[in-house]
Design a protein around this ligand. Structure first.
Ligand SMILES: [Zn+2]
Length: 308
């Protein structure tokens, strides 16, 4: 999610926590949603922390994202549900936003390997400008920064589980990744899916709707009807639910592009009703359209008006 929404949501993070369907007959308990025998989603202060407990147990835990600010105690306490070896061996970051990386330092200091896209490391290692807040964000502590980065794809074994991961180019930031627990058929996609919050395009990093659609198509190619898709926040999705969000983004891309060609800004787009009739309400439609238009203009060299 973006920073402005993060600030808005921080105070009400717990109230945002939505309890989705029960999976495998398991009940949610203590902020933990079981997906399979080995995988669960933990409430990281309104953000999802995906926890994988490999077999054999001596491997330690694998996490995807570490939670939002002020969720450290909550996440650590939830991890105790995963048995005596609740040490985190590997932490993936789906991108650099603070809602996904706030507890990195806790796990990094305890010796976890932190895997992320190289761009994510770069955002976390240097200060950068936040236009919404008119200030520079400070670099993150060394222990919070990714220790292993990649550019395209990678894979590893955690116990008997095959974990594949890869870059989702300019979908939400410039460092988004998926993490696919192949044997369990559970696919974490970070903020590239937004079942609960407004889809966010961090145009300042280069993200735009075209990148998001390409990334969503990659996710569809990797998954099948049985795959659980885990977003950065909100309920776990079926592939059909994810596909519906992808198709909605396609419709928005086409509508927004038409407006951009006419020289319209986000206010004109809102008034023209580009978000009408989409079976979804926006919490901040102006902000979404502002970012969408900025991203599209920044990527105009990739757009061919004749095919949109
Ligand atoms: Zn984000």
């Amino acid at each position: 999610m973006d920073r402005r929404n993060f600030l808005k949501n921080a105070a009400g993070a717990l109230t945002l926590w939505a309890y989705p369907r029960r999976v495998n007959g398991q009940q949610d308990a203590g902020g933990v949603r079981r997906l399979t025998n080995n995988l669960a989603v933990v409430d990281g202060g309104g953000s999802n922390v995906l926890v994988f407990s490999p077999s054999p147990k001596d491997f330690g835990l694998v996490l995807v994202d570490s939670g939002a600010p002020n969720s450290g105690d909550q996440v650590l306490s939830a991890l105790k549900n995963f048995g005596s070896n609740s040490k985190v061996q590997i932490l993936f970051n789906t991108h650099h936003h603070i809602d996904q990386t706030a507890n990195n330092e806790v796990f990094g200091e305890a010796g976890a390997k932190i895997i992320a896209h190289e761009h994510t490391r770069q955002w976390m290692a240097t200060d950068y400008w936040i236009p919404d807040e008119d200030r520079y964000e400070k670099p993150r502590a060394k222990a919070a920064q990714p220790t292993e980065t990649f550019h395209t794809t990678g894979s590893l074994k955690a116990g008997t589980e095959q974990i594949d991961y890869g870059h989702l180019l300019l979908a939400h930031t410039d460092g988004d990744i998926y993490v696919f627990f192949k044997d369990s058929n559970v696919l974490a996609v970070g903020d590239v899916a937004s079942p609960l919050r407004d889809p966010a395009l961090d145009y300042f990093t280069g993200a735009w709707i075209g990148g998001r659609l390409d990334a969503m198509d990659t996710i569809l190619r990797l998954s099948n009807e049985q795959t659980w898709i885990v977003p950065a926040a909100g309920p776990v999705m079926t592939r059909a639910e994810f596909k519906a969000e992808r198709d909605m983004m396609e419709e928005i891309r086409s509508r927004v592009w038409k407006q951009v060609l006419q020289g319209d800004g986000p206010k004109d787009m809102l008034e023209a009703g580009v978000l009408n009739g989409l079976h979804r309400t926006w919490k901040d439609p102006y902000k979404f359209l502002y970012d969408a238009a900025k991203g599209m203009l920044a990527q105009h060299n990739k757009l061919d008006p004749s095919v949109v």
